[in-house]
Design a protein around this ligand. Structure first.
Ligand code: ATP
Length: 361
């Protein structure tokens, strides 16, 4: 199978006055498993449907395998889309559902037989060919939807929240199956999800969307470690954002005034001018937590706080700690005999400067 790239060039789409996609630029590599991640209403489905040909953009270009397909109908684009609802025909058998696209294209009977057989085998459903969709589990229905799309041999596979109708255990199993199949076929695949764990565990790269704009594109670990703004930082994993006013900055010595805490000195550089408010961001697992009177390791910047709440999550406990007027999350590993911190107790949080990113106001 030929692996093809998909490129969005300055794509804009509006519904009336409402701009739903704002100057979208994306380069999806041949054979890549690419996730569109974003909150509800960010424009993920609109973009996917646009690539499929169900939505039309008013500006920009959509290139599939280097060809501008903007003016082409969905069936002229060589793309296959699996809908969130699966959209299976309830009155047709699994076999006929999968054969549907080939029958529509008036493929010869023998070709249909071979291709449908192969597609059902690919999704391990050969023994269910005679069943109706209602006689299948959610995961099996999802596989029928996938087989029905793959049978027409698309160059690009589009998946709209493909796993959202499945329970958690099945979702984890199906995402591994989906990924294994995508790797075997090497098919350029774009999938939409609002579930960051799903995107992080499967995607080669992903784009984070907010309000119709692409915020950042990259490998999951890159977005996690180097988010370009607080939105991405918070959407990809959990991020603490501690706001403070720049009191002074000299080279790599930054002093911040944090409301209700006082001055904190960080061995960090910022370009933000004095008296600007900036945000210091760090992950809950990169913080240390100690009782208030414990000795302080000088490699950390220590901040006093009060435990507001704690959640035992098995391998670690996540504490919410009030720091001045703000609240921070800190993950403390769980071992038998390791200290725990009571709600209402005074603690010190140790911020490791190498794990910090600074964002402007
Ligand atoms: N046909 C339409 N007419 C007007 N507005 C629309 C139409 N379709 C979508 N929108 C608006 O476009 C925005 C993006 O919608 P879209 O469905 O692409 O978001 P999404 O990120 O996929 O969200 P979700 O995860 O909830 O499906 C939303 O504000 C939505 O209300």
């Amino acid at each position: 199978m030929k692996k093809v790239p998909v490129q969005c060039r300055n794509i804009r789409l509006s519904y009336g006055e409402t701009e739903v996609l704002k100057d979208v630029n994306l380069d999806i590599e041949p054979g890549e498993f690419f996730a569109l991640l974003g909150p509800s209403g960010s424009g993920k489905s609109t973009l996917l449907r646009l690539i499929a040909g169900f939505n039309r953009h008013q500006q920009g270009q959509l290139l599939i395998d280097g060809q501008d397909v903007s003016a082409k109908a969905p069936w002229e684009r060589n793309v296959g889309m699996v809908f969130q609802s699966y959209a299976l025909w309830p009155h047709l058998s699994v076999w006929d559902n999968v054969a549907f696209g080939l029958v529509e294209r008036k493929a010869p009977k023998q070709v249909i037989k071979e291709k449908v057989g192969a597609a059902l085998e690919l999704v391990s459903l050969s023994q269910y060919a005679e069943r109706r969709p209602s006689q299948l589990s959610g995961g099996q229905q999802q596989r029928v939807a996938l087989a029905r799309t793959l049978v027409i041999e698309p160059q690009v596979l589009l998946l709209d929240e493909p796993l959202s109708n499945l329970d958690k255990t099945l979702r984890v199993q199906m995402r591994q199956e989906l990924l294994a199949m995508q790797r075997r076929l090497g098919l350029t695949t774009i999938f939409v999800t609002h579930d960051q764990e799903e995107a992080m565990t499967t995607a080669d790269r992903m784009a984070v969307l907010d309000k119709g704009g692409v915020q950042q594109v990259g490998a999951p670990a890159t977005l996690y470690d180097y988010p370009v703004n607080p939105f991405v930082a918070n959407f990809v994993g959990t991020m603490n954002l501690l706001s403070g006013k720049v009191r002074s900055r000299r080279g790599d010595k930054l002093t911040l005034d944090v409301d209700g805490v006082g001055e904190l000195a960080f061995p960090l550089h910022t370009d933000a001018p004095e008296s600007d408010t900036i945000q210091v961001s760090f992950r809950p697992h990169s913080l240390r937590v100690e009782v208030a009177d414990a000795a302080q390791d000088a490699r950390y910047v220590w901040v006093p706080g009060t435990v507001e709440a704690s959640e035992f999550l098995g391998e670690f406990t996540r504490y919410r700690v009030q720091v001045g007027k703000q609240s921070l999350s800190v993950d403390h590993p769980h071992h038998v005999g390791l200290s725990k911190f009571p709600v209402g107790g005074a603690v010190n949080l140790g911020i490791e400067p190498s794990q910090v990113r600074l964002f402007g106001a």
